[in-house]
Design a protein around this ligand. Structure first.
Ligand code: ATP
Ligand code: MG
Length: 322
């Protein structure tokens, strides 16, 4: 049976030389194939260190690392890195190389023919929203910060790795482009079945993108759960206060009506309705407009599958912010 997990960390830790404490304490972590996992935490909590141990840019101080079921602590780090796409925090583009040369780095090492590489460059630049004819021959310094980040993303995807490590890849990108790229990322990941580990400072981004979210603080994982579980049942005071620092209306956009609805009552008639996949902010708008404070949840055939009330939403928010 093929291994269910893309990445397994067993007791992995990192203490830098002369450091007074580990940057990452001994950590166990399992990431399923095809899962989109986000890592959320304050500056200096060990996110980048954790990521860099997975492609062995940093050698762990202890523990075992399995990638696709194989213990990779003993194989060549270079070989490992070719299998794992990596988008680094400060884009890390090769400044003396053009955009097309940057994107072609790994395919070239892998010995792809020219035609295949050329086609791939065009596809990838289009995918990240940079017109190939305009950008291929430019150098990184001739691009804005956000454009450079998009090239970094294209470069990491060039050889179609099954695992992608992404360290704040959208940090320098404006809100609108960022939101588009986030949607694009979700599509790419679902379509190509990639396993993604994605670091961010941004609570909304972590909750929107992650099938599951890792919350880190001071070198330790505080919670590793689905977004809804983190919102509903924060594991400790740290996670609770982190979640409470976020805008509650914003948070409602990460939860769907289907996830919190009550069973449908028999008398659901022609009143306002939302679909199970609508988010709770949409549902709240409908509830505020509903004369009786009720909204039914109907599937695509118009069949009532549940209902929402203002009281239910209120209970949900109170529970999540306790
Ligand atoms: N090469 C290194 N040598 C020594 N200490 C390091 C090294 N890299 C990171 N550290 C220390 O390890 C801790 C975790 O750093 P890390 O880069 O993993 O944080 P981070 O969570 O990615 O932060 P940010 O959000 O600011 O990128 C910090 O205290 C940092 O100073
Ligand atoms: Mg970092």
């Amino acid at each position: 049976m093929p291994d269910e997990y893309a990445i397994v960390l067993e007791d992995i830790s990192k203490t830098f030389r002369n450091a007074s404490r580990p940057s990452v304490y001994p950590t166990d972590l399992k990431i399923k194939k095809g899962e989109f996992v986000t890592i959320l935490g304050a500056s200096g909590c060990g996110k980048t260190t954790l990521l860099k141990m997975i492609n062995r840019l940093y050698e762990p101080s202890g523990g075992r690392l399995l990638v696709n079921g194989e213990d990779v602590t003993k194989i060549s780090a270079t070989l490992l890195r070719r299998k794992i796409g990596y988008v680094i925090q400060q884009t890390g583009l090769f400044q003396h190389m053009t955009i097309e040369q940057n994107v072609a780095t790994v395919p070239k090492i892998l010995g792809w023919d020219k035609q295949r590489i050329n086609k791939r460059i065009d596809n990838l630049l289009n995918l990240v929203g940079l017109k190939p004819q305009e950008f291929r021959k430019r150098y990184p310094r001739q691009l804005s910060g956000g454009q450079q980040q998009r090239v970094g993303l294209a470069r990491a995807m060039a050889a179609d790795p099954s695992i992608m490590l992404m360290d704040e890849p959208f940090g320098a990108i404006d809100a609108i482009t960022r939101s588009n790229l986030q949607d694009e990322m979700i599509k790419i990941q679902k379509k190509l079945g990639k396993t993604i580990l994605f670091v961010t400072h941004d609570i909304s981004e972590a909750l929107k993108l992650g099938d599951r979210v890792i919350i880190m603080n001071e070198g330790r994982i505080q919670q590793y759960d689905e977004p809804l579980t983190i919102l509903r049942s924060p594991a400790n005071a740290f996670v609770r206060s982190l979640m409470n620092s976020d805008d509650i209306l914003q948070r409602l956009t990460f939860i769907t009506a289907g996830e919190v609805m009550e069973p449908a009552s028999s008398e659901t008639g022609d009143g306002p309705a939302v679909s199970p996949t609508d988010d709770l902010r949409t549902a709240l708008t409908a509830l505020l407009r509903s004369p009786d404070g009720l909204v039914s949840v109907k599937d695509e055939n118009g069949q009532a599958v549940g209902r929402l009330s203002l009281a239910l939403l209120n209970r949900f928010c109170l529970e999540a912010t306790k």
